[in-house]
Design a protein around this ligand. Structure first.
Ligand SMILES: Cc1cc2nc3c(=O)[nH]c(=O)nc-3n(C[C@H](O)[C@H](O)[C@H](O)COP(=O)(O)OP(=O)(O)OC[C@H]3O[C@@H](n4cnc5c(N)ncnc54)[C@H](O)[C@@H]3O)c2cc1C
Length: 657
């Protein structure tokens, strides 16, 4: 039976059933929980289905990523039921990885994240093109599909675990080293991210055009956002701003805590404004975000683009396969891409790309791979003993990210754990309730500081709290509880970063992480924008609607910053110090393989995303953005994936067949 597995006890007609199997892979924990015994039974049958086994993917389970305590059995039950649910875990829809590659492909795509999944899926639409997608990590795990588990698998082996170094203006509490998590699995960061759907706005892309990138204006890119989108909320939001029928489902989570709606009321009361749709008519204000999810289940880009095409004979996916080099050949004055080298299951493969290699390994790994392949600044390559193939000074430069600061408030209400038996039961049964959401992380807002105008806003707001997540014992940054009270976090993000850092190789060992220097917050305007965001946050927290919660700001003491307080007053100098000590790097890194015209000596790719000075090699991910867009970037990176495949199809004069 494909869906809905029956337990042994059900088959035996036993009254005290353990796992109540529902239709279509939906389950209920309710009757499996013996209140008297205060424990769960783990009695179940393995399904007889022509699908991959639910635990075929090796990786941490919920019990591994949560703090081991009395809830262990409860967590392992959720993990198991999620794994066996075809709706949540989709074991009948997943791709089957190859055991070994062919010797030659038409196209090789490196990295299966927000861009790579799109590129591999779209290229393999052409039946006579053979496509290999190579991903360093494994497939996504069952527990990752539950929205409330946002970030839960970071800082495990499914994370590249990058750390920046030598920061003078950021993360000073951690000796100038910021944590930069990056997904190392099929889906890349889209299997870990907050799922908020945003596109930036018209001015972002028009700025790219002004930098010399013809064909990237808002008018040019909008059709590609539409191509990937399947919006489920047309009616509540305007049809002309959205599209249906694409692979990326965009919806709202089915559950919001009351506090989420109260933030919107507070925004109205304080004149900060509310928007029904931040990518529609009103690009500023506060809103409950639309999310990239499908019926209450996370929708990574791999799930959206690759899973439906799992049966294509011309699409091969290699997992746990780390690319170590792009191989090139010099013929008179021309350099040409030959293929790649990668390591899978301890074995090294050299695979040829007949047409092109497309790097979609993200803002850290794409430039790292170029450098390892001898494409980058000659002086740096000489210093690590790599022969220069193309002297391209911009590789690894122009690194930037969004940075933010979060203010915590404790509420008068007692903390209630949203991860409880009833909510888990609701989720497993019909993918609704708190587990089908990210709590307050689904609320966002966008406003303009006094450096800009409302049509080009530069501050975004995120929130945290009311998330049905287990205790990770500090492995990821948890919201702390104070006096057993509910706690919430209001975060102000600068979304128009002026500071720039760089990334270089630590050595020529492809498995060593690069040296990353973000230089976050070095530009005073970047800190000043966050400060203006904090003033909006304080205003919001004092709104009439918020009074019932009796919000109390938790002002964590940073000894180095106390000197700036004047008569206890939290002035600009004090906040400025706090931003530098307790910096919150967002996860929107970009710019390290900058797109630009040939006249720009720091450009790495041209507007068709071809790497300068070499044939048959493109980069298409967050690294090509000359300036990160002013919002959450996944939809924009999907758009880049859609665009590059159209560039390629045009170059080869092919139509989909
Ligand atoms: C915790 C978190 C929350 C976020 N929240 C949001 C949000 O709510 N909304 C939003 O829009 N964005 C969000 N983001 C940002 C967004 O997820 C990233 O910007 C986006 O996924 C980057 O896309 P990419 O294709 O450039 O890289 P990735 O998605 O990271 O994909 C790169 C892939 O390449 C693989 N790879 C790297 N090197 C190699 C190699 N040598 N060989 C083989 N494979 C390799 C990686 O393993 C990875 O799978 C969030 C990110 C994080 C981490």
């Amino acid at each position: 039976m494909r869906n809905g597995y029956i337990t042994k006890r059900q088959q035996n007609g036993c009254r005290n059933q353990v796992v109540k199997a529902e239709h279509n892979g939906q389950y209920s924990l309710q009757q499996s929980y013996s209140r008297k015994m205060n424990m769960y039974s783990l009695d179940y049958d393995v399904p007889e289905a022509p699908c991959s086994p639910p635990f075929s993917v090796n990786g941490p389970s919920l019990t591994d990523v949560c703090n081991g305590n009395s809830a262990t059995l409860f967590l392992s039950m959720i993990n198991m039921l999620a794994a066996y649910s075809s709706i949540i875990n989709g074991m009948c829809d997943r791709i089957t990885p190859i055991k070994r590659p062919q010797f030659i492909y038409d196209f090789i795509v490196v990295g299966g994240g927000a861009a790579g999944s799109v590129v591999a899926a779209r290229l393999s639409e052409i039946k006579n093109w053979n496509v290999l997608l190579v991903e360093a990590g494994p497939d996504e795990l069952p527990g990752m599909q539950i929205p409330s588990n946002l970030q839960l698998y970071l800082n495990t082996k499914l994370d590249w675990n990058y750390k920046t170094t030598n920061e003078s203006y950021a993360c000073l509490r951690y000796n100038g080293s910021c944590s930069w998590p990056r997904g190392k699995n099929l889906g890349g960061c889209t299997s870990h991210h907050g799922m908020a759907y945003h596109r930036g706005h018209a001015k972002d892309y028009d700025r790219w055009m002004e930098m010399g990138n013809a064909g990237w204006s808002w008018k040019d890119v909008l059709p590609y956002f539409f191509k990937s989108e399947d919006n489920k909320e047309i009616g509540r939001i305007r049809a002309e701003d959205h599209a249906t029928g694409g692979p990326m489902t965009v919806e709202r989570f089915p559950w919001q805590p009351q506090f989420a709606w109260d933030i919107l009321t507070a925004a109205k009361e304080t004149g900060l404004g509310v928007s029904e749709d931040l990518v529609g008519q009103n690009i500023t204000g506060f809103t409950v975000a639309q999310t990239i999810s499908r019926n209450g289940v996370r929708l990574s880009t791999a799930r959206a683009y690759l899973w439906p095409n799992r049966n294509r004979k011309n699409l091969h996916v290699a997992l746990n396969a780390i690319v170590t080099k792009v191989n090139t050949m010099k013929n008179s004055s021309k350099v040409k891409t030959v293929g790649i080298t990668f390591i899978m299951n301890g074995q090294q493969y050299n695979v040829i790309a007949k047409k092109e290699v497309i790097l979609t390994a993200g803002a850290i790994n794409s430039p790292q791979l170029l450098l390892l392949s001898g494409i980058g600044p000659k002086r740096h390559l000489d210093s690590v003993g790599i022969r220069t193939v193309v002297d391209l000074p911009g590789v690894g430069e122009n690194l930037h990210n969004h940075a933010s600061y979060g203010v915590d408030f404790s509420l008068s209400e007692t903390h209630i754990d949203e991860l409880n038996i009833n909510n888990a039961d609701t989720y497993l049964y019909n993918q609704t309730g708190p587990l089908a959401s990210t709590g307050l992380a689904q609320v966002t807002g966008i406003l303009a500081s006094n450096y800009t105008t409302a049509d080009d806003p530069d501050i975004q707001f995120f929130f945290a709290g009311y998330q049905a997540i287990c205790n990770t014992d500090g492995r990821i940054e948890d919201l702390k509880m104070y006096d057993n009270k509910q706690t919430v976090r209001f975060i102000a993000v600068n979304i128009q970063t002026l500071s720039r850092g760089r990334l270089i190789l630590a050595s020529k060992n492809p498995l060593s992480p690069p040296i990353i220097w973000s230089n976050d917050l070095a530009h005073p305007q970047d800190r000043s924008i966050i400060y203006q965001g904090i003033q909006y946050i304080l205003k919001l927290s004092q709104a009439e609607t918020m009074k019932k919660y009796n919000l109390k700001m938790i002002d964590t003491i940073i000894p180095e910053c106390e000197q700036y307080k004047k008569n206890g007053e939290m002035n600009y100098a004090y906040w400025d110090c706090k931003f530098r000590y307790d910096t919150r790097p967002e996860n929107h890194q970009a710019g390290t393989c900058k797109m630009g015209p040939s006249s720009d000596p720091m450009a790495v790719v041209n507007p068709a995303l071809k790497v300068y000075g070499i044939d048959g090699l493109r980069v298409a991910d967050a690294s090509i953005m000359p300036q990160m867009i002013s919002g959450n970037p996944v939809a924009s990176i999907n758009m880049i994936g859609e665009r590059v495949t159209d560039f390629i199809k045009n170059d080869y004069k092919v139509m989909n067949n």
